[in-house]
Ligand binder design. Sequence first.
Ligand SMILES: [Zn+2]
Length: 434
Amino acid sequence: MAIVEFLSMAQSGAFDAAEATRAYIAAMPADQAAQTANYHEGQIWLIPIGAAVSLVIYWLLLQTGFSKGLRNKLEGTMPKWLAVFPYVFVFILVTSILVLPFEYYVSFVREHAYGLATQTTGEWALDWVKGLGVGSLIGTVAFGLLFLLIKAFKRTWWILGTVASAAFIYAMMSLSPIYIDPMFNDYTPLEEGELRDNILGMAAAESIPVDDVVVYTSSDQSNRITANVAGIGGSIRIALGDTMIEQAELDEIRYVMAHEMGHYTLGHTTRGIIFLTSMAFAGFVFVHFGFGWANRRFGSKWDIRDIGDIAGIPLFLAVLTVFSTLLTPIQYNYIRIGEVEADEYGLGVSREPDGMATSALRLSTYRELEPEPWEEFLFRHHPSGSSRIRMAMEWKAEQLAAGATDQTTELQLERARSVFAEEPDPVDEAEAAN
Ligand SMILES: [Zn+2]
């Protein structure tokens, strides 16, 4: 008798992770899941399409004689080494303008069509101009210096270029949160209260050296919920978007911020610098050998002397574009591995499996909830909503089985459904922004 009683007790108290996962996934209406899948799959197709657009632009600059003409003009009026900088500057301006229609479609028209953007055309244009200003300045200096290395060391530039890239990546990661990000959004300290206490409390418990949390106006550009952590070594900045504060509840934000802290604690910034530098190294080696081949094969009209000739910059970038596009799945896998690690950490620190589940549903308003496993493996840089919900529910089942007293078998299904009931109307959104 005693054994039978014990079994039935265990059964009634058991938490079925698979069933809970299905219940959360079912909270997203099928038509909205299909719309997000459409949006997200289109985003992936835009990667090779964008690469093709760039290749056409580079080809035009070479084939029409624009590139060699600009070189002849500049090198006729100044030393060859100095001509690198105005060439790069003009090149960035011209290519940015040529790619503008495509960029406008991708980051404005399409975002509005899916109800994700909040900007008016004027606000979008202002951001574009600011981006071009910063990009052309940094690009001219950074790429100009790299090109001087190429000119001076035609056989070994890819080694020195890799070292220079590491320094550049480190500088950008350290400086952009301070100098560039505030150009596009306002950053203010999070007001004192329960939310701030929760975030700083988790950080203190994990010995993360942070004494402030900042809020940025993510609503300036879109209604997506976002957060990020910036910092290398002893300095860290935890930031959350105002869209997150507006839309998400405390347990959801606790999980998201614990996930962000995970990126810091697990050393993802340093690892990211190493990964990006390795990618730069591989890309440079590919260009070093691919450049000469492509020039001999297609370049009869281009008049490119060698890899140290500025007239060949469009070809240099074309070969690099082919390389980085082909390696997209490797980059995505690298990012996704870090995201899964940060999820595990975030779950353990926040102890909010239902906050994780419903925030995964909120993210599924722009990321496909249930992609095919091969799609997730090759073409997703974050775990899908369904993978995250499954992780959260399996964690919850383990905790309950281990007798955790802060976990219950309850699910936040009402909130999960409300995520999709409150979907903003794209037309109203555009009007409100005007
Ligand atoms: Zn993350």
